[in-house]
Structures are given as structure tokens and as C-alpha cells.
Design a protein. Structure first.
Length: 259
């Protein structure tokens, strides 16, 4: 891996060392990956399809166990945790799924209330509703839409509700899985701006964005990490990616910035 940034001055939110994952015992999807994601910054993971982005994300969330290697989340090693311990560490994450993944039979505000009812049982119903309204407001959804079902909302509104739900438990790390897939350029820019505004809501929040959209990555990312063959090919700033002499990165960048 080529690293153009001195990460020693940042506390790591995620620290991955020599991570390997094989599903069949022969081929490695992750093949000795090393990656440090700085706390308090927006880091965008990019790369061609099949380079291990989704598998890496599932390891960070503790949904997959590695074949070998270590993963630290906010200073805690998760590869040796029990299922109960992993459930607790996941409370530190908020996730916006690719297509928002809202519950179809729940209104916008009910979708945001759901994780609070599940994980904050000491809160009263009025307290849960107050938090849900605040998160929806933070996400930029107008109050007149709070009681609408997902099929009554536009694509952009559903993204806002999904983000509000991701923010509900006041997470330290926000994860976005291909947040602009299938969206037109105007809506994509809205989502990009939403990511930045959500990141800035609370000091110290770490944002991890998995994306094919290099244009957005260069615009919103403090740092970018390009994956290839189960490893990190380059980690750096937007300028590092625009000025690199690595041929595969140059090819990816040349196609990505044409938009």
C-alpha cells in the first residue's frame, strides 16, 4: 500500500492490520489488508467492483469473522469478541443503507423511533418521539412528511429518513453503503451534502463512505482509500489521487472525474 498521509497525528477510529478473508479456503477476498481510518474525518472507500469493499464493511461491523488479522474499533479488538460484545459495539455505528432500507409499514417518524425503542428502553415514548423529531430535523425532512409511509416519499426524502434513523442512537461512526447508487446527479449532490452536514453535527464523528462515485469522493472525502485485489492500493487526500503515478489509480480517476 502506498500511503501519502502521516496518520500518526490522528486517533484511529478503525485500525485494520493484515486482514485476510477466504470463504473457500483458497481464494482471498481480503488479502493482507492494512488500513487506518482516522477519527473525526470523512474517509471514502473506492475501487472497482469485486475489490472487497462490501466484505471489508461487513468485517468492520463485525458481521463477518476474518480468516486472520486484527480489527480495532475505537481502540477495541473486535475479532475476539463474543456475539453479545459485538452487539454492544455496533451501537457505536449508524448505517445508511444503499436504498435506505426503511420498514414499508412504518411512517417516517416510526422508522426513526424503531432503534430507540429497541435499544433505549429506559426512555419514555415522549422522549423517543422528541429524539426522532430532532434527528429528522437534522436530516432536513420537513415536519409535514413525518407521518408518511416510505412509498409516499420521494427518493431523496427516504434517504433523509434513513439518515435520521442512522443518527438516532447518537453514533460515533457513521457508515454509508453506496449512498448515491441509482440517483440522478442533482439528488446525488443532495446526498453528498447530507453526508457532510451529518458529519458536522457532532464534533469527533467519523464517517466512512463506500462508493463507486469518485466525483463525490474527491469532493467530500478528507481521505480516500482505493481497494484492489483485497488490499489498499492508495490511501491519501484528493490531491494525492489526482497527482498519483499509480497506473490503476490514474485510470480510475480519469474515468471518475469526467462527470
Amino acid at each position: 500500500m502506498r500511503e501519502s498521509v502521516d496518520l500518526s497525528k490522528f486517533d484511529p477510529a478503525v485500525k485494520i492490520v493484515d486482514l485476510k478473508k477466504s470463504f473457500d479456503g483458497n481464494e482471498f477476498v481480503l488479502n493482507g489488508m492494512n488500513l487506518t481510518i482516522p477519527k473525526g474525518k470523512i474517509t471514502v472507500l473506492i475501487g472497482y467492483s469485486g475489490t472487497g469493499k462490501s466484505v471489508l464493511l461487513k468485517h468492520i461491523l463485525g458481521l463477518l469473522r476474518p480468516t486472520s488479522g486484527t480489527i480495532q474499533i475505537l481502540g477495541k479488538e473486535i475479532t475476539t469478541m463474543t456475539d453479545d460484545e459485538l452487539t454492544k459495539i455496533r451501537h457505536k455505528f449508524g448505517m445508511l443503507f444503499q436504498y435506505a432500507a426503511l420498514f414499508d409499514d412504518m411512517s417516517a417518524i416510526e422508522n426513526v423511533c424503531f432503534p430507540l425503542f429497541e435499544h433505549c428502553r429506559d426512555l419514555s415514548r415522549n422522549q423517543v418521539l422528541e429524539i426522532a423529531r430532532a434527528r429528522l430535523k437534522d436530516s432536513g425532512l420537513e415536519e409535514k412528511h413525518y407521518k408518511k409511509l416510505p412509498n409516499e416519499l420521494s427518493g431523496g426524502m427516504r434517504k433523509r429518513v434513513g439518515l435520521a434513523r442512522a443518527l438516532a442512537l447518537d453514533p460515533e461512526i457513521l457508515i454509508y453503503d453506496e449512498p448515491t447508487t441509482g440517483l440522478d446527479p442533482v439528488l446525488s449532490e443532495m446526498v453528498d451534502n447530507l453526508i457532510v452536514s451529518a458529519h458536522n453535527l457532532k464534533q469527533g464523528t467519523t464517517s466512512i463512505v463506500v462508493s463507486h462515485d469518485l466525483f463525490a469522493a474527491l469532493r467530500i472525502g478528507d481521505f480516500l482509500a482505493m481497494l484492489d485485489s483485497g488490499k489498499v492500493l492508495l490511501f491519501g487526500t484528493a490531491d494525492d489521487f489526482l497527482e498519483t503515478d499509480i497506473e490503476l489509480v490514474k485510470k480510475f480517476v480519469s474515468k471518475g472525474v469526467r462527470r
